[in-house]
Structure formats: structure tokens, C-alpha cells
Design a protein around this ligand. Structure first.
Ligand code: ADP
Ligand code: MG
Ligand code: MG
Length: 889
């Protein structure tokens, strides 16, 4: 194998081997752009080194050969005393890990070559400045010396000299500083700063390899879900100098604005400086546009190069460059990160420029970005005081009074207050408080912390790991970096999309993208509308190419209408249990308590017209589109009072000797219906089979509602869905009864009804016997929430709050299987059941109605296994449409 590639040998598609930086340096070299010559050591070499603790045997010779060639090209030798070649040794993994790994500049300088460099450049100050930078960087990143020590010494030198910026230090001062720095290295690292240039280079290469496995790099990878076994490449690049005086400098730029997507000149420039000064913020940079005044020739060339890069990469690029005495050099480029809004704008701009086609535009955006654009947001125009920033763990904009424990969160929210739960970290005991709060803020922990995982699961706004905020739970207060104290009850605002934390109430405005989906905003000229126009176009591309249809989970006409505005092509799940709550609960209670057939029939009779009315409204809202109605699913005790509360009430009443007859019966029923594992108990089709008349009442309500709509010249398309079926026999019994009821309604109304009858596939047994079940079902809807619970043996409500964080941290899964479908386990059941079902009944309609229906990655999976539709909550519909389009293009 080959471990070293010259920049002329690589290209942008070799990121696995050369890392992102190396691959793109090669690409720019081959485009003929001015890149300082150099070579890249592959990630393969890094992997060998990390696995065995030693570099691969062949590496040393390969590096020597490439170094020779480089020296030849440059006409100087690495560290040569009178005319030194200097290089940078730069890390560069496949995925960019900003600030995580190390780079050392000015390798090759020593006590001898520093004078050579001074002569070469005709600038002594510059040579000593470069040397002190080398010792500083090398000491810190290669020899592990505390960087503060160098900073302090530099500060002291400036103070002694009574100057404020490092450029005011002269050669003599820097020379002294070099002596001081070398002493620091000697005492701290227990060795001399190496004078042999090749030794410097080799040590730096090893340091870059090692930096792959620092704690912070590992943590970053875990949070960003970057595999741990990729390794980093190392780039050895001949130095160019931005610190050679006022006609030199260094800068960073974007080919267009990463926030808005607008084309133009975006970047920063710093005169007389080396690269790391820009990021370190030592001196103030100037906007890139000012470079035109400083150095017109370089500026024009840079603009030209940026255009070349955009046309070549067909995307927004960010770049690093350096100007050495009026000569421009390109040091890095990559396809740049951007905000969600910019992603949509840029994708459509590039289509208009003819750089990409519509199919490619779809790949440039994703559902997560669209979801981000749909959250309400803080009003950017508002005057606000930012007090901290953490990790954007779960999006949204939340405002409320600060509370520091769950008990208070629950108590205050019960009395109608909006609260933000602030903790150092959360744990399972905080669950009630998290549910009660508008949002959650923690000062510790990353994207896989308990707070982050649980909040995402609940769809609740969360900012975690805001480290500069000092949370004092005991004293119920939080202190900001500048000493401001936030007491319990003070209002704070948190932005789960940016991680920013504010003091006071920041006004919230609805997202323009939602306004657009709601039909309240159309294309126009101001800034928001430009985004809306881009979203509109991308959604149109997606709708044009997607095969999957998108339906909504909706239980009432209002939700159904919203879903329709959002593009729903029907209802995939109408949960009828929601129609049994509120004032209807008493009928349900009577049904459960009924001792005789008569009593039971009476309560069912009372429920029938109520249900029918619900369905009429729903079918009207969804006229012409399918509506899948699921018959009653949850265990009956959910309709009864809480067992503890009721026991207390009855006990108190008994002690006063005025116990009420109904309460006593209720309590008996509650005891009778109490289950150890309600999730696996009397629910779903089992209810229909043991409570006579329950399902037939529901079927009758559906059929009569459909007949009524037909008589009103409507186009109702009801589908009746039986939940929790495990075997075809259950389904057959329910189906026969339903068909009889439908026939009765047809006879009574004289209206011909076509009602499809199908089942949910949400138990492993149903999935495994799908071929049989399809004999009795006209459609399947995969209930992937319950299927995930039953396949994994997880009780969702219990496990997400208790041990999922540990599982995520240990990497047992990268994302909760309730969030993204577990393709290998649950997914393979879905795939096989779909296949078996269609073998029995080729026109079997297949859908999914778990929450996975609105999850981007899962949508791609459902497309791939050939389902007909996904169903999700109304707000996720645009996301599902977009991802279905991306999956198909
Ligand atoms: P990072 O990945 O942290 O950006 P880089 O390897 O890009 O690290 O280098 C850090 C800084 O040093 C950047 O500003 C870069 O432009 C600059 N730099 C790297 N190599 C050279 C070089 N050969 N000549 C001049 N500046 C360089
Ligand atoms: Mg860089
Ligand atoms: Mg279910």
C-alpha cells in the first residue's frame, strides 16, 4: 500500500484516505490554483499507528521520498541553516472536527535556521516571530506543555515593552522570548526543544495521529455520530507567510453568506499575521471587502478563485488563504456549513444559476433543516440580553420562570405558570418536572445527556451543557459568566435551535415557513418570503418525484384540515379513544360498570350518535381522501379514575360514613381492571372480542357517518382498522361482525358503502404471520411504536427516562429506536411482513402510522421497503413529503 500522496496525486473524492483537507488541497492543486506544494499521509497510516503504537514500516521512507521531491521543487531543504524550507504539519480527518485536532506551523526552524530565514526574507523580526510561534505550538500540541505558560510569557514581554499588540514586539524582544519559551519547554516537558528539523516533523506527525484519540475528540465524535475508527490524515504543506509585513496577511472567506445564502464577499482578513491569529482573535480583523483597498491584485484574484471553486464544487465553499508579500496562496477549502434557511436558498439559487438540477437540489436540503425552519422562533428584532450558550439539544423557543427542581416545576405549572427547568444535569427523577416545563436548560452534558435525549423524545425545547452558567440547585439560583444572578422565578428564554440563553422574555414569532404552509403567506419581496419561495420550490420538486404518499395522524376535523393544508393525502390514523374523553367519559364509565346486557347496550346507544357526529365532521374535512379509523385501542382503566386517588376518596367517605354507591362500584371496577402490564393486557382487538357491542357500535357509527356524507353528495373514504391483532382468527371474528353491521346500515339507508377493513401490524406475531393475516385484511398499517416496544421488550415510558442515556453513551445504539426505526430488527420484520402480505394479496395497501412516519431516516427506509404511505403528526407532514422526495430522487 501507498501511505503518502503528493498534493498533485489526490482528488476531492479521496476523503476516506486523505481526509477532507488533504483531498481538497489536492483538488485545488489540480485545478491549477495557487496551493503551496506538499503531501498527505493517509488515514491508513494513522490507523496502523493507532492500532500498533508504531508507524507502518514503509512510512518513513515514503515520507523521505516525498520530502526530497518537495525540497527539490522548492529549491531549499527542510530546516537548512542558510536557506530553510519550512512546513506545516496539519491534521485533517474525513469529517471536519473543528478545533478538535492539532496543527503545527513553521516546522524546520531552529537556532541555526532562524538566521537563514531572516536572511531569506530580509526581515529579522519576522524570523524570530515565526520561531517563537513554532516553539509555542510545538510545545503545546506535541510536547503537551500548558499553553497558558507561553501566553503569560508573551503578555509579560508586551508589558515590559509597554505595547499592546504582538506586532509591536521587535526582533530583540522576540529573540528573548524564544529563550524564555525554550526554558519553559525544558522545565515542563523535561527535554530540549528539538533542533533537528526531521525530528520536529516526525514528532508533529505522531502528535497529529495521537490527537485523534484525545478525550475531547472522542466526545465530539460520539455526539456527532462520527465513527471512531476512521483515523486522521496528516498534511505536510510548505509554509507561506502572512506575517511578513503589511503587504502580507491571512484570512477566511465564504463564497456566499452561510447565514442567508446571498452571494457576495463574506469573510475576515488580518494583515501581517499567521493563520491561527484570525481564529484566536488576538487582533481585530477587517471585513474581507477591505482587502480590495489593501491589495487590489490579490483581492481580484481571490474573487476569481472563489468563483472557480463554486463552479467546480457547485456549492457554497469556505476557504482559508494567506497573502505573502502580495502573492495569494490557498490553504484550505471545503463545502461549507450553512444554516437551514441558507441551505434552502442556496439550493434554489444554484438551480437558477444552472449549476445543479432539481434532483440534486433535493439532496442539498433535508427534513431536519425543514423541521428547524418550522419551529416558532425568537423575534430577532427584539432587544435581548444573552446570558449564555449551550448545545442546541432539542429545537424550539421557550420562555418561562426559572425553577431549579422538578417539584417546583410541577407545582408552579399546575398553577398556570410557565417554567423553565434549570438543572446542572437531569436524571430520571426529573421526569415530572421536564414534562411540566416549557423547556429544559442544563449546564452539563452533551447531545446524549439525559436531558437532551428525553427532551427530544418529548419534543420539548432543550439547551444542555451551557457550561458558563453556574447552577446552584441548593440555593435555587444560577450565576452567569459575568456574575449576574438569576433567582428562582426570574424569567429566562432558551432557544433550542441555537443553544442561546437569554434573560427576560424574548418575544416569539411564528415561523414564516409555517405561515406559508398554513396558506397565510405567499411569495413576495422581503427576506422571509425569499426563504418561503425557496421552500415552496423544493417542496414542489419533492412532491413531483416522490412515490410514498403522506397521510396524517389526526383525530378531529381541525387537525385534519390543518394536515390537509400541510399536504396530507389522507388520514392514516384516527385514534377513536380521544372521542371517549371529556364529558363522554361518564358513558364509558357506565359501559365498563354495566352489570347487565341492557345497561351496556344503553351506554353504547348513547355513545353512537356522538361518535357518528365526529366521523361526519372528519370525513367532510377529508372529503375525497382516505381516512383510516382505528377502533378502540387503550386499556379500559385509562378511562377510569386513578386507582390511588379513588381509593383515598372512598376511604375518606367511608370514614365519614357517606360512601357513595357509584364510587364503590367504580373502585371495584378499577381493582378488577387493574393490570400489571397494561401495555400487554386487555386492549386493542381483545377489547372488541370481550366487550360485546363495543366494536360494532364503532363500525356502525363509521358506516352511518359515511352514508350521511354520501347522501350529502360527499366522497367519504373510510377505512376501518383493527389494532393489536396477533392472529388472523381475531381479525376474522371482528371482520365478520363488522361486515354484518355494514350490510345492515346499507340496507337501512339504501346507500352503497365501500369500507375497507384492515389491521395494524404491531405485534411480532402479526408480522411473522402476515401472510395469513392478509387473507382477512385489505390493508396493513405498521404500528412501529408498539412494534418497537414488543420487539425490543422495551416499555417506552419507562426505558427512555431510565437507561437510554446509558445505552446511547455506550454506543449500543446511536439514536433511540423510538426516534429512528431499528432497520435490522424492527425494520426487518416490517420488510418481511410487507412481502408476505403482498404475496397473499397483491393489492394489499401498506402504510405506517408510528411516529417513525415523520422521521427522515425512517421515511427513506419505508420508501425502500415499498410501503404505499407514511402517516405522521400534522406538523411533520412537510418533513415527510420532503424526505419521501429525497428518497425517490
Ligand atoms: P484547522 O483545521 O484547525 O483549520 P489548519 O491545518 O487549517 O487547521 O491550520 C491552522 C491555521 O494555519 C489555518 O489558518 C491555516 O490557514 C494556517 N496554515 C496551515 N498551513 C499553513 C501553511 N503551510 N502556510 C501558512 N499557513 C498555514
Ligand atoms: Mg483550517
Ligand atoms: Mg399501538
Amino acid at each position: 500500500v501507498k501511505f503518502v500522496y503528493d498534493f498533485t496525486e489526490g482528488n476531492k473524492d479521496l476523503k476516506d484516505l486523505l481526509g477532507g483537507k488533504g483531498a481538497n488541497l489536492a483538488e485545488m492543486t489540480n485545478l491549477g490554483l495557487p496551493v503551496p506544494p506538499g503531501f498527505t499521509i493517509t488515514t491508513e497510516a494513522c490507523k496502523v499507528y493507532l492500532d500498533s503504537g508504531e508507524e507502518p514500516a514503509a512510512l518513513r521512507d515514503e515520507v523521505s521520498a516525498h520530502l526530497d521531491a518537495l525540497e527539490q521543487k522548492m529549491g531549499k531543504k527542510l530546516g537548512q541553516a542558510d536557506n530553510p524550507l519550512l512546513v506545516s504539519v496539519r491534521s485533517g480527518a474525513k469529517f471536519s472536527m473543528p478545533g478538535m485536532m492539532d496543527t503545527v506551523l513553521n516546522i524546520g526552524l531552529s537556532d541555526k535556521s532562524v538566521t537563514g530565514l531572516a536572511a531569506q526574507a530580509g526581515d529579522e523580526r519576522f524570523a524570530w516571530d515565526s520561531y517563537r510561534r513554532l516553539i509555542q505550538m510545538f510545545g503545546k500540541t506535541v510536547l503537551g506543555v500548558d499553553g497558558e505558560l507561553f501566553e503569560e510569557a508573551l503578555e509579560k514581554a508586551k508589558k515590559t515593552k509597554k505595547v499592546t499588540v504582538d506586532t509591536d514586539l521587535e526582533a530583540a524582544d522576540l529573540k528573548k522570548l524564544v529563550t524564555t519559551f525554550k526554558k519553559i519547554v525544558k522545565t515542563e516537558a523535561g527535554r530540549d526543544f528539538p533542533q533537528d528539523p526531521r525530528e520536529q516533523m516526525d514528532l508533529a506527525i505522531h502528535a497529529v495521529f495521537d490527537s485523534w484519540n484525545t478525550d475531547r475528540a472522542k466526545l465530539y465524535r460520539r455526539q456527532e455520530r462520527i465513527p471512531h475508527d476512521l483515523g486522521t490524515a496528516v498534511n505536510v504543506c510548505s509554509m507561506v507567510f502572512g506575517n511578513l509585513g503589511p503587504d502580507s496577511g491571512t484570512g477566511v472567506a465564504f463564497t456566499r453568506d452561510p447565514a442567508s445564502g446571498h452571494q457576495g464577499v463574506y469573510g475576515d482578513y488580518l494583515q501581517n499575521a499567521q493563520g491561527e491569529d484570525v481564529v484566536a482573535g488576538i487582533r481585530n480583523t477587517v471585513p474581507l471587502a477591505e482587502l480590495e483597498q489593501i491589495d487590489k491584485k490579490s483581492y481580484d484574484q481571490l474573487m476569481q478563485i472563489m468563483e472557480t471553486l463554486e463552479n467546480h464544487y457547485k456549492d457554497l465553499c469556505d476557504i482559508e488563504f494567506t497573502i505573502e508579500r502580495g502573492q495569494l496562496w490557498m490553504l484550505q477549502t471545503r463545502v461549507g456549513k450553512r444554516t437551514a434557511a441558507a441551505a434552502f436558498r442556496i439550493a434554489t439559487q444554484l438551480v437558477d444559476q444552472g449549476l445543479i438540477d432539481e434532483a440534486e437540489a433535493l439532496q442539498r436540503v433535508n427534513g431536519a433543516q425543514l423541521a428547524q425552519l418550522m419551529f416558532p422562533r425568537f423575534d430577532e428584532a427584539a432587544k435581548v440580553e444573552k446570558i449564555g450558550r449551550g448545545i442546541a439539544a432539542s429545537p424550539g423557543a421557550a420562555v418561562g420562570k426559572a425553577v431549579f427542581d422538578s417539584y417546583t416545576a410541577v407545582k408552579w405549572s399546575r398553577s398556570g405558570e410557565k417554567v423553565i427547568l434549570i438543572r446542572r444535569e437531569t436524571n430520571p427523577d426529573d421526569l415530572d418536572g421536564m414534562i411540566a416545563a416549557e423547556g429544559i436548560l442544563t449546564s452539563r452534558g452533551g447531545k446524549t445527556s439525559h436531558a437532551a435525549v428525553v427532551a427530544r423524545g418529548m419534543g420539548k425545547t432543550c439547551v444542555c451543557g451551557a457550561e458558563e452558567l453556574e447552577v446552584d440547585t441548593k440555593r435555587r439560583r444560577m450565576t452567569t459568566a459575568d456574575g449576574t444572578v438569576i433567582e428562582e422565578g426570574d424569567v429566562v428564554s432558551i432557544d433550542g435551535s441555537t443553544g442561546k440563553v437569554y434573560l427576560g422574555e424574548v418575544p416569539v414569532v411564528p415561523s414564516p415557513v409555517v405561515e406559508y404552509f398554513e396558506g397565510r403567506m405567499h411569495a413576495g419581496a422581503d427576506d422571509a418570503d425569499e426563504l418561503v419561495a425557496a421552500v415552496h420550490r423544493i417542496m414542489a420538486y419533492a412532491d413531483r418525484v416522490r412515490r410514498l404518499r403522506v397521510r396524517a395522524n389526526a383525530d378531529n376535523a381541525e387537525d385534519a384540515l390543518r394536515a390537509r393544508r400541510f399536504g396530507a393525502q389522507g388520514i392514516g390514523l384516527c385514534r377513536t379513544e380521544h372521542m371517549f374523553l371529556g364529558e363522554r367519559r361518564e358513558y364509558v364509565e357506565r359501559l365498563i360498570l354495566a352489570d347487565t346486557d341492557e345497561e351496556r347496550e344503553d351506554s353504547l346507544k348513547a355513545l353512537l350518535p356522538l361518535q357518528r357526529k365526529d366521523f361526519v365532521e372528519l370525513f367532510e374535512a377529508m372529503d375525497g381522501l382516505p381516512v383510516t379509523v382505528r377502533l378502540l385501542d387503550p386499556p379500559l382503566h385509562e378511562f377510569l379514575p386513578d386507582i390511588t386517588e379513588l381509593s383515598v376518596r372512598v376511604a375518606l367517605a367511608e370514614s365519614r360514613k357517606d360512601a357513595n354507591e357509584n364510587d364503590l362500584r367504580l373502585l371495584q371496577a378499577v381493582h378488577r381492571l387493574h393490570e400489571q402490564n397494561p401495555m400487554l393486557g386487555l386492549r386493542g382487538v381483545r377489547l372488541g372480542l370481550v366487550i360485546p357491542g363495543l366494536f360494532t357500535m364503532q363500525v356502525r357509527a363509521i358506516a352511518e357517518a359515511a352514508a350521511e356524507r354520501k347522501n350529502a353528495k360527499g366522497d367519504p373514504r373510510a377505512e376501518i382498522m383493527i389494532p393489536l391483532v396477533g392472529t388472523v382468527q381475531e381479525l376474522e371474528i371482528v371482520r365478520d361482525e363488522a361486515e354484518q353491521v355494514i350490510a345492515e346500515v346499507q340496507a337501512a339507508t339504501g346507500v352503497e358503502l365501500k369500507l375497507a377493513l384492515g389491521t395494524m401490524i404491531e405485534l411480532p406475531r402479526a408480522a411473522l404471520t402476515a401472510g395469513q393475516i392478509a387473507e382477512a385484511a385489505e390493508f396493513f398499517s405498521f404500528g412501529t411504536n408498539d412494534l418497537t416496544q414488543t420487539v425490543w421488550g422495551f416499555s417506552r415510558d419507562d426505558v427512555e427516562a431510565s437507561f437510554f442515556t446509558a445505552y446511547l453513551e455506550k454506543g449500543i445504539f446511536g439514536v433511540s429506536p423510538f426516534e429512528t426505526i431499528d432497520k435490522d430488527g424492527v425494520g426487518s420484520l416490517v420488510r418481511n411482513a410487507a412481502k408476505a402480505g403482498r404475496e397473499t394479496r397483491p393489492d394489499l395497501k401498506l402504510g405506517v402510522c408510528g411516529e417513525h412516519g415523520g422521521d427522515p431516516e425512517s421515511v427513506h427506509f419505508f420508501h425502500e421497503v415499498g410501503l404505499d404511505y407514511v402517516s405522521c403528526s400534522p406538523f411533520r407532514i412537510p418533513v415527510a413529503r420532503l424526505e419521501a422526495g429525497r428518497a425517490a430522487s
